[in-house]
Design a protein around this ligand. Structure first.
Ligand code: ARG
Length: 399
């Protein structure tokens, strides 16, 4: 009996060719799985294509709500940016995809999962490490990493096997998109000196095209989760979709960075992440009002560790789970409202309030009503500086 493989199917050339290739090379039946994380495709057409290419089955899974609740929002609570800039849209989606593929593999009695990644990126690592940790019995196969075909050879292979090849002029870029952001690589972007052309962007307007007038918005949080917009309740997915439109219109969320991939390559990355940037800024704005200095400091260090783990394909590690538990605990008073000004590529926190604010006006004020005891300052400074004074007196440098 032929064994089965569950393939992460995008509808593109590589994963379409992979269906035939897995059949020929591994003698396997392919179950294609297309996971909707907000990548806005015509999924009936994608399914059709998978079956035409020879898949015995194609499942389309709408995973948008799971993606928001179980991956995006935990990362938002952790303020996770990779290398201070990238909100991790692609990186967060891969463990979810792996999990759904593992579920299908088990249901269908498949012996392997497959994906369309090459050997140069992070996604191969994320898929395979996630799969290995969830289902050690499953093999991972990466056709595009193994077959050694150039793009032209892949097209010819597809043509030879009657696999539909996109006829439209192909984008000069390599793109991955979901509701948390869009990544654009390759083409002229491979020269770090080249400014991206407008055709690279889809979710955001340029600063030049953004409205002349600022727009003010209010986002309400409950225990670290965004729950309302301008006083109206929103569910997570609707909030993200709406903010992608609104902040995108104001040109917010464009990122141009040189990123360090896990596999040792520096790569030029363009991202657009209007909702992610808006929510991350708002969330941090509220945290600054309700968390202590110690909590803020420690959480900032943890954020980096957390983002690195996600980026490096370790979502299902015990370490990430432990960090997430700490983060969750920090969110118990992150309830309140943040006011933001959106204007020409800028998203600025201009107001914040919370029933759990630990900002004390009577301690901060320079006006009437000051309760801070300034007479206590000299004693504090004396003791604070005492170890420095002692050390410098006892260890005089020679010369
Ligand atoms: N560099 C990003 C990451 O590793 C995005 C990769 C997405 N792929 C693409 N073809 N644009 O998460």
């Amino acid at each position: 009996m032929r064994s089965k493989v569950v393939l992460a199917y995008s509808g593109g050339l590589d994963t379409s060719a992979a269906i035939k290739w897995l059949d020929e090379k591994y003698d396997m039946d392919v179950i294609a799985v297309t996971i909707d994380v907000g990548n806005e495709k015509d999924f009936t057409q994608v399914k059709d294509k998978a079956l035409k290419a020879g898949a015995i089955k194609c499942e389309v899974i709408d995973a948008k709500n799971d993606f928001v609740d179980e991956y995006i929002f935990p990362a938002l609570k952790a303020n996770a940016y990779y290398e201070f800039e990238y909100p991790l849209a692609t990186a967060l989606s891969r463990p979810l995809m792996a999990k759904l593929m593992v579920d299908i593999a088990r249901k269908e009695g498949a012996s392997a999962i497959a994906h369309g990644c090459t050997g140069k990126g992070n996604d191969q690592v994320r898929f395979e490490v996630s799969t290995a940790s969830l289902a050690p019995e499953l093999k991972s196969i990466a056709p595009a990493r193994e077959w050694g075909m150039t793009r032209e050879e892949t097209i010819n292979y597809a043509l030879k096997h009657n696999i539909p090849v996109p006829v439209t002029v192909e984008t000069p870029y390599s793109i991955d998109a979901n509701i948390w952001g869009r990544s654009i690589e390759c083409g002229i972007l491979e020269d770090p000196w080249n400014e991206p052309l407008e055709d690279a962007y889809e979710m955001t307007r340029s600063i030049e095209q953004a409205p002349e007038n600022p727009e003010y918005i209010e986002i309400g949080f409950d225990k670290g989760l965004p729950v309302s917009f301008d006083g109206q309740n929103y569910d997570g997915l609707a909030m993200i979709q709406m903010l992608n439109q609104l902040a995108g219109k104001h040109g917010i969320g464009r990122i141009d960075m040189i990123e360090n991939r896990l596999v040792g390559i520096k790569s030029r990355e363009i991202y657009e992440a209007p909702a992610a940037i808006t929510l991350l800024k708002a969330h941090l704005g509220l945290e600054s009002l309700v968390l202590s200095k110690m909590q803020m400091n420690f959480k900032q260090k943890l954020s980096q560790e957390y983002a690195d783990l996600v980026y490096n394909g370790l979502w299902f590690s015990a370490h990430r789970q432990d960090l997430a538990a700490y983060v969750e605990s920090t969110q118990r008073f992150v309830t309140g409202t943040v006011r933001l000004k959106l204007h020409k590529g800028n998203c600025i926190v201009v107001g914040r309030k919370s029933p759990y604010s630990i900002y004390s006006h009577s301690l901060a004020t320079y006006d009437k009503g000051d309760l801070f005891d300034q007479a206590a300052a000299p004693g504090f400074i004396h003791i604070w500086g005492l170890p420095l004074k002692t050390q410098s007196q006892l260890q005089k440098e020679e010369g």
